[in-house]
Design a protein around this ligand. Structure first.
Ligand code: ZN
Length: 433
């Protein structure tokens, strides 16, 4: 069990004192060792001595993904390259990926925060953790792996894919913890059913969700199918990887490892800092990372921070489950739509599978939204009347959720592409760029 009580249950005053000391230190290191930051600070007339309180963080510039791409590959490193012992990158779907470099001390930090996170989920050295996150440049696989090893649990580094093999191993090895993205979890449960493996009555005692957004309804569905509670894990390559924030047994928000990562919430449009409980874009500063200090990174993830304590005893701030990404938001006929809203509507309807794809087109001048939804095998029938009824029902549920009329197309069970990583939920055919 890795429960760093001193760090995780600190009083707010002591924590803020520690955060300030570390913030001053990280700013100084960035200024002295990263030319990109030094130039940014100088352009703003800032020097490290200007940081005298935690509130002074607002004087500091933001760091965006574009900044990180501009210094590709190693321009953000604050130590000589030979001190970097591991490199990861974020998935570069457009342009160059973001490079993340770790010193030995950074890997130790990463292992510690992830081990603390697994402990929060009730996992200990007796557990067998089947890690379906990809091992490679993506941080998901290694982050969980390092945390599990630090904890002393048994880790099965099976990685993504080989779905039938995953089921076989779950069964043969008595896996007690599964780590997967919610969409891959759903797929796994379908294959388990086909293979005659009863996931509900397996050895499983906890599930860790990573790398993908989900709704509460999706969590309930996964918990029902696997008969185990599912916990949220959050992290990003730019900051360190998974372990930045993890949900405790209360399942009511994720504790941010605030002694190492300083969280803020801003208004995405005005970039003004918002208060406790306000929903906005999460901004993170690494407080103790050595190889690559990152100041005020704009994550684009939409959430809120709550400082009102927790039943589990930890005093670390709680972050709400990510409800959207400022860049995932679809503007359809001027209305903001998040894929999570569609998912929420679908999960309220019996006989509908939470497999869907949103297709946005602009046939003439107006945007049109089509949602392709899989029906369950029981429901997929030739009874046209019944199908029309369910289609209408889904359309009205979605309309209720997003305030827009949509066209629902029911597709055959298991006909939409299955994802072994992050699911592709939106296909935008409008050519807006
Ligand atoms: Zn808690």
């Amino acid at each position: 069990m890795i429960w760093n009580e001193e760090a995780e249950c600190m009083s707010r005053d002591d924590l803020e004192e520690l955060q300030l000391k570390r913030l001053q230190d990280v700013v100084k290191r960035a200024y002295e060792n990263v030319p990109y930051y030094r130039k940014k600070f100088k352009d703003m007339g800032l020097s490290p001595e200007d940081i005298q309180s935690l509130e002074d963080i607002e004087k500091l510039p933001f760091t965006t993904k574009d900044d990180l791409r501009q210094v590709y590959p190693f321009g953000m490193f604050a130590v000589p390259r030979r001190e970097i012992i591991e490199i990861h990158t974020s998935s570069g779907t457009t342009g160059k990926p973001v490079v993340s470099g770790y010193t030995k001390q950074d890997i130790e930090l990463w292992s510690e925060v992830m081990a603390r996170g697994l402990t929060m989920m009730g996992i200990n050295e007796e557990d067998i953790i089947q890690n379906t996150h990809g091992y490679g440049l993506f941080t998901g696989g290694f982050g969980v792996h390092y945390g599990a090893q630090k904890l002393g649990a048994t880790v099965i580094p099976i990685s993504t894919g080989q779905t039938r093999r995953q089921i076989e191993i779950m069964d043969d090895f008595g896996t007690s913890v599964m780590i997967f993205t919610p969409s891959y979890g759903l797929y796994l449960s379908e294959v388990a059913e086909e293979e005659g493996f009863d996931a509900k009555n397996s050895q499983l005692k906890a599930i860790g969700f990573g790398a993908e957004m989900w709704t509460n309804e999706m969590r309930q569905e996964i918990e029902k199918r696997f008969g185990a509670p599912a916990f949220n894990m959050y992290g990003l390559t730019e900051i360190i990887g998974p372990g930045v924030a993890v949900e405790c047994k209360e399942q009511d928000g994720l504790h941010v490892a605030e002694d190492h990562f300083y969280p803020e919430i801003i208004d995405s449009e005005t970039t003004k800092k918002l208060g406790a409980g306000d929903t906005g874009e999460l901004v993170l500063t690494t407080l103790s990372r050595v190889g690559m200090p990152i100041i005020r990174f704009r994550t684009k993830d939409i959430t809120a921070l709550r400082y009102d304590g927790c039943e589990c005893g930890r005093t670390l701030v709680k972050m709400d489950r990510i409800t959207g990404r400022s860049d995932d938001m679809l503007k359809v006929r001027g209305v903001a739509v998040f894929p999570s809203q569609i998912e929420k509507a679908l999960l309220k309807i019996d006989g509908v599978e939470p497999h869907y794809q949103i297709i946005v087109t602009r046939p003439q001048r107006l945007d049109e939204l089509e949602v392709q939804v899989e029906t369950s095998p029981q429901l997929f029938s030739d009874e046209i009347k019944e199908m029309v009824g369910i289609k209408k029902k889904i359309e009205s549920y979605i309309e209720n959720e997003i305030g827009l009329r949509v066209n629902v197309t029911l597709v055959e069970p298991k006909s939409l592409p299955r994802s072994e990583g992050k699911a592709v939920r939106v296909i935008d055919k409008r050519n807006l760029h």
